[in-house]
Design a protein around this ligand. Structure first.
Ligand SMILES: Cc1cc2nc3c(=O)[nH]c(=O)nc-3n(C[C@H](O)[C@H](O)[C@H](O)COP(=O)(O)OP(=O)(O)OC[C@H]3O[C@@H](n4cnc5c(N)ncnc54)[C@H](O)[C@@H]3O)c2cc1C
Length: 427
């Protein structure tokens, strides 16, 4: 069924959550897959959180490190929303092992190196890679098609760079603490937007505490700016976290690990390349208004692999058609329209001050769980997102209503136009 003259049907470059999930799904579909990454097995150092149901639907619920039943959102001093949806912290090592195991059920070759360049060759693509170990020499790999899963600033694909991205930034610690840093007796806070003492000196952009009780007096605590343009300085988040904890009478006894977070949100989609398909951060799959992506990438790997394997797996299958089908699986027209609405949401969020942000999230988490969950998924239909936006709008106080309505008539309206206008407008 395969074009045996080339080494691989498909070469996945990058083995972060997106690349490894794609490699596993493609290999399970019977394709000859190469996965090129700086090291094998890969190491993921980020703390990943996602909704438990996102893992359950994929049979990956055993890859959870810790899980919390009623995460909270604190959107004002007296308002604590307890969300009826379980939230999980990933056990990265377990998930990596599971995805490797799935990949090895099929036909996978693990390659170590760093992709430097690509070139079109007869019936496929050649990837030039430099070594990551001293004894290795530079190598070239040939494949009928390539997936670039090298993260937000892809190694092979290009972006038009029309819009400066917003940035999510955070400073986190895993620490032994005396005292409870999480409000309301909860064991996990998804977003605690409560004010920090002396707020007037450093209220903007607003930041929230993302907090996990890991048991035995151990907490993961991350002060996070959901989105700002330009990126907010991590050192200032470090200061905010220390102030917040001090204010709560929490003593940090020992810091076990630290985490610096900075990644772009709302980047343009990569410029279409007929032979190379982006996936994950490389394909701007990060939710434009929340920064989440891991759950979506794990889920999208399946339809992606199905679409590509259908084309590459049949006699005379065409790599260019396979790449186009893969792109359509990740970014169908309806999801691209939804993305424009979420980008509108991001731009609106960027304009809110700390108080307005709290009011907004108060209204947001008053929605029915199915509604806010659909918005957070990043794949809800344009109709679902529009309905949710109108519902939030209905719950806003008059001053914010005016601000949101104005946004609908500002240059931000271009997002709404692209979301609802003729399909050639959608990017
Ligand atoms: C600290 C942090 C915490 C985050 N937390 C969450 C979270 O809790 N939940 C969530 O949903 N999202 C989270 N995100 C956002 C997003 O999901 C992550 O950035 C995620 O890691 C993106 O996955 P990816 O596979 O696309 O890219 P990456 O994870 O960046 O993986 C890309 C891989 O490609 C490899 N690579 C790069 N260049 C090359 C090359 N030239 N050749 C070969 N290999 C290459 C890299 O070594 C890397 O392993 C977080 C981001 C950060 C930075």
């Amino acid at each position: 069924m395969n074009n045996a003259s080339l080494q691989f049907d498909i070469l996945v470059v990058g083995a972060g959550p997106a690349g490894l999930a794609a490699a596993a799904a493609l290999s399970q579909r019977g394709l000859r897959v190469g996965c090129l990454a700086p090291q094998h097995p890969p190491r993921w150092s980020n703390t990943y959180g996602l909704w438990l149901d996102e893992l359950e639907t994929l049979g990956l619920q055993d890859c959870v490190d810790t899980c919390w039943d009623s995460p909270t959102v604190v959107a004002g001093s007296n308002t604590i929303h307890r969300l009826p949806r379980s939230y999980a912290r990933l056990d990265n090592k377990k998930l990596i092992a599971r995805l490797i195991e799935r990949a090895e059920d099929g036909n996978i070759t693990w390659l170590t190196g760093v992709a430097r360049d690509w070139a079109r060759i007869s019936r496929g693509v050649e990837i030039a890679a430099s070594p990551t170990a001293p004894h290795q020499s530079p190598r070239c790999y040939e494949a009928r098609a390539v997936i670039d899963a090298t993260g937000h600033f892809p190694a092979l694909l290009k972006r038009a760079s029309r819009v400066a991205p917003a940035w999510q930034t955070a400073w986190g610690i895993m620490a032994h603490c005396k005292g409870d840093p999480i409000l309301g007796g909860a064991s996990m806070a998804l977003m605690d937007f409560s004010a920090i003492d002396g707020e007037s000196t450093f209220a903007e952009p607003p930041s929230f505490l993302y907090a996990m009780n890991m048991g035995g007096g151990r907490y993961f605590l991350e002060e996070t700016v959901l989105a700002s343009r330009p990126a907010f300085k991590i050192e200032r988040l470090q200061h905010r976290l220390a102030t917040r904890l001090e204010m709560r009478g929490v003593e940090v006894v020992e810091v076990l690990e630290t985490e610096r977070v900075a990644f772009p949100m709302g980047l343009d989609l990569p410029i279409s390349n007929p032979f190379i398909l982006g996936f994950g951060g490389a394909a701007s799959m990060v939710h434009p208004a929340t920064g989440y992506m891991v759950g979506r990438a794990l889920q999208a790997a399946q339809p992606l692999a199905f679409a590509i394997a259908e084309e590459l797996g049949r006699a005379g299958g065409d790599p260019m058609r396979a790449v186009a089908a893969g792109r359509e699986a990740i970014w169908p027209q309806s999801t691209r329209r939804s993305r424009e609405l979420l980008l509108f949401g991001l731009e609106t969020l960027l304009k809110l001050n700390a108080d307005e942000t709290r009011v907004f999230f108060n209204a947001f988490f008053r929605l029915a769980p199915a509604q806010w969950a659909a918005y957070l998924s990043g794949t809800a239909s344009p109709a679902e997102i529009t309905q949710m936006m109108l519902e939030v709008f209905r719950h806003l106080p008059p001053a914010l209503k005016i601000q949101f309505a104005r946004a609908g008539f500002s240059k931000q309206a271009a997002y709404l136009l692209r979301a609802s206008g003729p399909s050639f407008l959608t990017r």
